[in-house]
Design a protein. Structure first.
Length: 224
C-alpha cells in the first residue's frame, strides 16, 4: 500500500505538470458536463471549458482539470486498505490526516520542487467530518509556468502556492488540490496578503467539495 500511495501522489504531480493541448483518453467517464471517477467514488461538475483550453487528464485514482487561463484543480481518491484503516482508527481523524499529508503528499512536492515548504495548515472539524487544509509554497512549481514572463528575472523562479484539502469518506482518502494562479500570472503587480491568499484557496476548495457527489451521503452526526 505504501508503494501504491507514493505512486499515486507521484502521478498527481506528474499529471499536473503535463503540457498538452489535448486531453488523453480518459479512464473515468464524462457525462454531459460531469466527470465520473473510474471507481464511482465521486462525480463532479467539470470546472474547465474546451473553448478556454480546458483539458482533463486522469488515472484510476487521480483526475486533473486545467485550462489556459487560471484554473488548475486535481482530485485524488484512493481506497484505504487495512493498514490505512488501522492508522485512522488508532490516530483519530485529525492526527491521521496530518500523518497522511506529511508521509505521502508533502514529500513528493518537496522532492520535485527544491525549497518547498508548508506555509500553514488548519484542521476543519465540521467539514466532511474532519478535513485538513494546507497551504504549500512551491518554488518553480507553478502549473502555469509556460505563461509566466521572467524577463529580467530568469534566475528567480516564481513561487506557486497550492492549497490541499484532505479528508476520508466512504473508505477513500480524498486529496483536493488547487493552485492560486494569480500569484504567478500577475507576479509583477500582485500584492495580496497571506491571509487573503489563504481565504481565496480555502473558499475555492470548499466550493469544489461542495459540488462533488459521493457514493453515499454522510451519516448524520449523533446528538450528544
Amino acid at each position: 500500500m505504501v508503494r501504491q500511495l507514493l505512486l499515486v501522489f507521484s502521478l498527481l504531480v506528474t499529471l499536473t505538470q503535463a503540457e498538452s493541448s489535448e486531453s488523453k483518453p480518459l479512464v473515468g467517464k464524462v457525462s454531459g458536463q460531469t466527470y465520473i471517477s473510474p471507481t464511482k467514488a465521486f462525480k463532479v461538475p467539470i470546472p474547465v471549458l474546451p473553448e478556454l483550453g480546458g483539458v482533463i487528464n486522469d488515472t484510476e485514482d487521480v483526475v486533473t482539470f486545467q485550462d489556459a487561463f487560471n484554473i488548475h484543480v486535481s482530485i485524488a481518491a484512493l481506497a484505504q486498505d487495512a493498514t490505512q484503516r488501522w492508522e485512522l482508527s488508532t490516530r483519530g481523524t485529525k492526527e491521521y490526516l496530518i500523518y497522511f499529508f506529511k508521509t505521502y503528499v508533502y514529500p513528493d512536492f518537496e522532492q520535485r520542487f527544491k525549497g518547498t515548504r508548508v506555509e500553514s495548515a488548519r484542521y476543519l472539524p465540521t467539514l466532511q467530518d474532519g478535513a485538513l487544509l494546507t497551504y504549500t509554497l512551491l518554488p518553480g512549481g507553478s502549473m502555469f509556468a509556460d505563461r509566466v514572463s521572467l524577463a529580467g528575472s530568469s534566475d528567480t523562479p516564481a513561487v506557486a502556492k497550492r492549497g490541499n484539502l484532505i479528508f476520508v469518506r466512504d473508505g477513500y482518502i480524498f486529496v483536493l488540490s488547487t493552485e492560486l494562479a494569480e500569484r504567478v500570472l500577475k507576479r509583477s503587480t500582485y500584492n495580496k496578503t497571506t491571509a487573503e491568499e489563504d481565504e481565496f484557496l480555502r473558499q475555492r476548495l470548499i466550493d469544489l467539495v461542495g459540488k462533488m457527489e459521493f457514493n453515499q451521503p454522510l451519516a448524520a452526526t449523533p446528538k450528544k
